[in-house]
Design a protein. Structure first.
Length: 346
């Protein structure tokens, strides 16, 4: 009970911090609401004030509010997926980017964008509408399965092999994506640039609903796995002795993280290092206790991406800096720091 109380306390602090940042983000932007704060405009919109101009309504609800919600949802999913993979593989370097999931998702999304027109009409209408999203999920899942097969032998996962196979898959993915960029048309080229750099500029409420559905399904399975991931830190045999179904746990984490990363890539492009930065910060505070780290990563991931997105759309206003550049700029040094720490422990 004491552990639960502590967890709820930290979650409450994180939620309050997220709410404060969301209010600040809502008030950040080049659009002028005529001297009125954006928060008041949003309140008038929710009340259905007929005196609110159409441009004010569009900017506050369709642009800023939807983008803030998307940053919260995607940041949370990227952080939880990174935390889950690190717990499964017992390694702080195991993230979607490092082991090729993001590259796999980006590759199949790029294929759907450039070549989808040749076969889209033969697919059911439901699949046509979400072809890029389905392709991104399948790309992440196939990359995860391939990495897992290459790096696992006799039930044990070799971390070095996992990272090397991730590098190989990322290299192949980027080279094929580069070829697709070369043969793409102007409109397709703009879409592919969006995938490679990452952006939340295309946020809509429809996409947020899809993300919310994915997050509810994923978190109902992943978030209760804190104790199981703690047991995995002892090794697979010891975890089995403690009553953990290791193979079932592996399959669940592989499929769910692929679903989350694939959905995020489909809607926001490649946003790197969130799944590395957040668990690293939380591990400094709570060691490797996944009962705390897993749920808290869901909140801290939202906080990190919302801050990064707010900076990305205001630092070079009225232009926008791709959010993937910012997260990579933060994540790169942290990745090096983890490598140095990992080297010292060998």
């Amino acid at each position: 009970m004491r552990t639960q109380s502590k967890l709820y306390f930290y979650l409450t602090i994180g939620a309050v911090l997220l709410a404060i940042i969301a209010v600040l983000a809502l008030n950040t932007g080049v659009y002028d609401f005529g001297g009125t704060s954006a928060f008041k405009v949003l309140w008038h919109y929710i009340k259905g004030d007929p005196g609110l101009s159409l441009s004010d309504q569009y900017v506050i609800w369709e642009v800023r509010a939807s983008r803030i919600v998307m940053a919260i949802l995607i940041g949370s999913m990227l952080a939880v997926s990174g935390t889950s993979l690190q717990g499964l593989f017992k390694n702080p370097l195991a993230t979607g980017e490092a082991i090729g999931l993001t590259s796999g998702a980006t590759l199949l999304a790029a294929i759907a964008i450039v070549l989808g027109g040749h076969f889209k009409q033969y697919l059911p209408e439901v699949i046509q509408f979400s072809l890029v999203g389905i392709s991104a999920f399948l790309g992440a899942l196939l990359a995860m399965m391939l990495v897992y097969r290459i790096s696992t032998s006799a039930g044990k996962t070799n971390v070095v092999m996992m990272l090397l196979s991730g590098v190989a898959i990322t290299s192949i993915g980027f080279s094929i994506t580069g070829f697709l960029i070369y043969i793409s048309k102007d409109e397709q080229l703009r879409d592919l640039t969006f995938w490679n750099m990452g952006s939340l500029a295309a946020a809509t409420w429809t996409k947020n609903i899809v993300l919310a559905v994915v997050i509810v399904i994923s978190y109902s399975i992943l978030l209760p796995k804190g104790k199981a991931l703690n047991a995995m830190m002892l090794g697979e045999r010891d975890a089995q002795h403690l009553g953990i179904n290791v193979e079932k746990l592996k399959k669940q984490i592989v499929i769910i993280t692929s679903l989350m990363i694939g959905t995020c890539v489909a809607f926001s492009g490649t946003i790197g290092f969130v799944g590395l930065i957040v668990p690293y910060i939380l591990r400094l505070l709570f060691k490797s206790n996944y009962v705390f780290i897993l749920p808290l990563s869901a909140v801290l991931g939202s906080v990190l991406l919302l801050i990064a997105d707010t900076f990305s759309r205001s630092i070079v206003a009225p232009s926008e800096l791709p959010i993937g550049i910012l997260t990579s700029l933060i994540g790169g040094p942290i990745f090096i720091a983890i490598l140095i720490k990992f080297k010292k422990s060998l």
